[in-house]
Design a protein around this ligand. Sequence first.
Ligand code: ADP
Length: 274
Amino acid sequence: GEALAVSARVAPLGSRLVLLLVEDLTEARRIEAVRRDFVANVSHELKTPTGALSLLSEAVMDASDDPEAVTRFAGRMQIEATRLTNLVQELIDLSRVQNDDPLEDSESVRVDELVAEAIDRSRQPASTKQITMASGGTADLHVWGNRGQLAAALGNLVENAVNYSPARTRVGIAAHRVSATGGDLIEIAVTDQGIGISEKDRERIFERFYRVDPARSRATGGTGLGLAIVKHVAASHGGEVTVWSSEGQGSTFTLRLPEAGAGRDRTSTGPDED
Ligand code: ADP
């Protein structure tokens, strides 16, 4: 406001430009703050497992005459090493979805294949918790996009559904076509009967590193990056991801993606020519 008032006095014709400049600076400052936060978060998240590893390796050395203790410490080192590997992998995935243009490498992708892959990825933790996974409506549906990115996005949603649900519950994946102004969309909804997410948290869970319960997330190998990746993939494909939830009852995450063939040639790799 002040800068604008000064500039209005000094150069009335330039006030519009100055306003744009001020807005630009505010945006640049916001981006810089987000970047700084991200680096601080990454550093903190890396320090937790590396710090634990360093303490545990000291403990192993001190316990060299107690084989049982050595085995116990080694087991914990393995958990921390896995955590570190997961975090680095998710950071790589996030940077990849942020930097690669998915449409450069887009193709028609079968929804039933995406769903089968996502279910497969979570099969082990689901069977440990006796969670049943079922899907429906996926036959004959095709989405347009980068197969690897779409698989990562849906895989994350199913993984979360399993992670944040109690034993002996059900995870359902349902797909169908919906009409939209810019062409048909495919909706893929992942529904769980899990812990749910409060309204306040629903606004923030798509932020990088935001977790409702960091201890619970870490215990299940979570990094807090999964939904940020899903959101980015959805947006860069011209789609979106939304959440519905009732605390204590469960959640539904819905991924909406452009349908292959709806104004997009299923076989061509270039842009439309009409
Ligand atoms: P994380 O690696 O912690 O799972 P995500 O970015 O995938 O990170 O999710 C962020 C947070 O959102 C989770 O820590 C959890 O608190 C919450 N969340 C995500 N999916 C679900 C779900 N299906 N049910 C309940 N809470 C969820």
